[in-house]
Design a binder for this molecule. Structure first.
Ligand code: PA5
Length: 447
């Protein structure tokens, strides 16, 4: 069993000779990636991470996670973008659907809340209410150490922690994940003696889930980060060494570029498990920031099904024909529920008696795939045998590798993100940050 890619249901949209032609481009792209001779080649540390990571730090992450589990009712994870989405995706994928709400006896680990991924005072204040009377720790995550959203949240919750425990104990409850040497957060961590973990120089934010960025919060949630790395190592082995015909990451990169060249410029990732919602969010960031540049790219979108069949389903079936769909199919559901029979069939559901809810879900999925295909939406599938750490590691690596390849085929640098700076410049100018006086004057005239 393994995470696998299947485009057989899209065969009426993709010819074999197109795949043959594109396979040459993706194999060239793999050479470029692996030989580290393409654009963005100083950000390729993620390729070998699953087999070549800092074991000493890995041990410290596990130790820190044990300490947090022992002394905290709550862990606050502060970060945004690549410093947030991977951990959240993993925890929601691996743990209880109502993780923060079930009893501590069931969960056995701290509640985990994410903050610093918006600038909402309502959200911050409401989270402060949740912390009332609870022991908590903070994992502040920022590679640059200068990102505004998490920095604001950190200032607020650091003060709350210091007011509660005093500066010294607070400093033992703050864990920083940042650059090894640079940035305001690194300086603060050194000054205050916070335990620090490193985001390697050569791993960009959206490729950092398998560094301390993702691993510490994931470990605190009780998931097995060793198994996660093993799964990623298995994904790496296949991505690097398999021929095109057996190489799912290469095939996915090839097929999406074929579809793009046929005018399918939107990819909708669809899941049928609510616990995959944040895997889609993580995937959107990975592909959106990696490919959406130089006026090019496939727009990454997502839907949660069957939920969104009652909102976005109409558009996918029948609206502008600009998209294809990639279904994240969890083959074996974690828990089973069988429909009962009622003596009087008032709700008309007795025809489902004895069937599992997962069978009904899969029937909805298969029916939807056929309907969308009939509606001219090519369907791709990523099969995930079950929701555990190993397969999640494989899935993360599959998407990361395919993204690097796909970006090179598209002719962009998949490892930079120049576009995210524009809003920051305007925001700093409007807020009156020193050094932005001239921009401020210009912008004020336009408002
Ligand atoms: O992928 C990226 O590079 C970004 O999404 C960053 O992760 C995000 O902007 C947060 O940056 P930082 O970790 O420096 O605070």
């Amino acid at each position: 069993n393994k995470v696998s890619f299947d485009y057989s249901r899209a065969s009426s949209f993709i010819r074999d000779d197109e795949v043959t032609m594109m396979s040459k481009l993706v194999l060239d792209a793999r050479d470029l990636l692996v030989s580290k001779s393409g654009a963005g080649n100083d950000f390729l540390g993620w390729i070998d991470l699953p087999v070549d990571y800092d074991k000493e730090e890995f041990g410290r992450i596990q130790k820190a996670a044990e300490k947090i589990k022992g002394d905290s009712d709550v862990l606050l994870v502060i970060g945004i973008g690549g410093s947030y989405l991977g951990a959240r995706a993993a925890i929601e994928f691996l743990r209880h659907s109502f993780y923060n709400m079930v009893s501590k006896e069931t969960r056995k680990t701290p509640e985990i809340y994410f903050v610093g991924n918006s600038i909402s005072s309502t959200y911050i204040k409401d989270l402060m209410d949740v912390l009332d009377g609870k022991d908590f720790s903070i994992n502040m995550i920022s590679k640059s150490g200068t990102t505004t959203e998490p920095a604001i949240a950190f200032r607020v919750f650091k003060k709350m922690l210091e007011d509660k425990y005093g500066k010294e104990e607070a400093s033992r409850r703050i864990y920083c994940t940042t650059d090894k040497a640079r940035g305001a957060l690194k300086n603060l961590a050194t000054e205050e003696g916070y335990e620090s973990f490193v985001v390697p120089d050569d791993v960009g934010g959206r490729y950092s889930v398998l560094t301390a960025v993702g691993l510490l919060p994931i470990a605190v949630s009780g998931a097995d980060i060793g198994k996660l790395m093993e799964g990623a190592a298995s994904g790496r082995e296949r991505a690097l060494n398999c021929d095109f015909a057996e190489n799912d990451a290469l095939k996915y990169a090839a097929v999406r570029n074929i579809l793009l060249r046929k005018g399918k410029s939107v990819e909708i990732v669809a899941n049928y498990e609510p616990s995959l919602h944040f895997v889609s969010e993580w995937w959107k960031q990975l592909y959106g920031e990696s490919e959406g540049k130089d006026q090019k790219g496939i727009y990454p979108a997502s839907v949660d099904l069957t939920t969104d069949l009652h909102s976005m389903g109409q558009f996918i079936q029948d609206g502008a024909r600009i998209m294809y769909e990639t279904v994240l199919n969890v083959e074996g559901s974690r828990d089973e529920l069988v429909m009962g029979e009622e003596p009087v069939d008032l709700d008309g559901l007795n025809y489902l008696a004895g069937k599992t809810v997962d069978f009904i879900n899969k029937s909805a999925m298969n029916g939807t795939i056929l309907a969308h295909t009939d509606g001219n939406v090519p369907n791709l599938m990523v099969n995930i045998p079950e929701q555990n750490e190993f397969y999640l590691g494989e899935l993360f690596y599959f998407f990361e590798f395919a993204c690097g390849i796909s970006g090179y085929v598209l002719g962009v640098n998949p490892f930079d993100q120049p576009g995210v700076e524009s809003y920051k410049r305007n925001m700093f100018a409007l807020l009156g940050k020193p050094g932005y006086e001239k921009e401020r004057e210009e912008l004020m005239k336009r408002l």
